[in-house]
Design a protein around this ligand. Structure first.
Ligand code: NQM
Length: 358
């Protein structure tokens, strides 16, 4: 039998997620061949992913594929979400946590030359055809992953990576409020359907008989809740123009409740089956944009800070501060600011050896 070849791979913790980063030129061009290879690298399908890199959770079964851009950006970033116990690979959603590793990866691989002090990398996010600019420390021309920024959901501290977004509003569905309304009635419940980079359905936890402060494990263990949320998600997605999303990971569902720890709003995000242990970056920017306008399902629950101050999105392991502003525009409401701070860390750089067959 032919020897299985290793593939150059940089494995990183990025934000509160973890994933395998590849140069596009190191992967097969054919998407089917590429996806088959990635499943074998991650050890999918298997709930424990014992024979691959995956960490037995969707948040640790993520892939970034990076290539030079030229298209008004330095690099192109294609995000791929893989299943854990089911063999699927989808490019239908973006990931702002994994995005935190893209700038450092571009420098590590020589796609972008490091500047003295700090480097800015302009990233085209292929999944949603929008732009993010990452700024991080590169003293002496090398990425410095160390620093004193603490992000909830990750132990210790690391170097800050500032992410500034452009064009997130409606980037998957065509509009910030894809149904044309800030409030809809779906499956007997009031919801806000919103897309500021991550198409999401916001619903009050109390309308589902939940407090909104349950642990991810408790929410995942509630079969009745899962059924109601499943029905709600499929119906809301149709209203959002997303069609049949039975096999997709978007839209996400987010339970909202009043903040408990001095923040703006409390959240529990469904991925859409497992529950996020914190919250996605684009997910948090989307919740922010989805509670700011009057009339949205979360507006009355939120404790909004003064204009210009960050929104503090509470989640199961703490909070995440995001800078987001929504203002009236000629065609309704527009997002005029979207930014956040994350950290990332290089865990290993080497060759990964895929299982020979699925
Ligand atoms: O919303 C998980 C994550 C994400 C997405 C998911 C993310 C984002 O936290 O930008 O980062 O929603 O599946 O990695």
């Amino acid at each position: 039998m032919a020897a299985v070849e290793g593939i150059p791979c940089l494995y990183m913790r990025a934000g509160t997620s973890k994933g395998a980063f590849f140069l596009a030129s190191d992967l097969p061009d054919d998407p089917g061949d590429r996806d088959n290879l990635l499943l074998r690298i991650m050890g999918t399908p298997d709930p424990r992913q014992i024979d691959g890199l995956g960490g037995a959770h969707p948040l640790t079964t993520k892939v970034a594929v990076i290539s030079p851009s030229g298209d008004g950006a330095d690099v192109n970033y294609l995000f791929l979400q893989l299943g854990v116990d089911t063999a699927f690979v989808t490019d239908r959603q973006n990931c702002g946590n994994i995005l935190a590793g893209v700038g450092p990866f571009a420098v590590e691989r020589g796609l972008v030359a490091a500047a003295e002090g700090h480097t800015e990398v302009r990233i085209r996010m292929v999944n949603t055809d929008s732009i993010a600019t990452a700024r991080f420390a590169t003293p002496g021309g090398a990425v410095d992953y160390d620093g004193d920024l603490r992000i909830d959901g990750v132990p210790g501290t690391a170097g800050a990576i500032r992410l500034n977004f452009e064009g997130t509003a409606g980037s998957s569905t065509g509009a910030l409020f894809p149904t044309g309304r800030v409030l809809d009635h779906v499956a007997g419940m009031e919801v806000t359907c919103v897309d500021n980079g991550m198409p999401s359905v916001l619903v009050r936890a109390s309308d589902l008989g939940a407090s909104g402060n349950e642990s991810p494990a408790d929410l995942e263990g509630d079969a009745g809740l899962a059924d109601r949320l499943g029905e709600l998600r499929l119906s809301a997605a149709k209203l959002m123009g997303m069609g049949d999303v039975t096999r997709d990971t978007v839209p996400k569902l987010v339970l909202l409740s009043a903040p408990e720890a001095g923040g703006t709003i409390s959240t529990r995000s469904f991925l859409p089956v497992r529950v996020h242990t914190s919250i996605g970056v684009l997910g948090a920017l989307t919740v922010g944009a989805g509670v700011l306008p009057e009339g949205t399902v979360g507006h009355g629950l939120a404790e909004l800070p003064p204009p210009g101050a960050p929104l503090r999105i509470e989640h199961p392991t703490g909070h995440f501060d995001v800078d987001v502003a929504v203002e009236p525009s000629s065609d309704g409401l527009a997002v005029t600011r979207a930014a956040a701070l994350r950290t990332a860390r290089k865990i290993f750089d080497g060759y990964v050896f895929p299982r020979p067959r699925l």
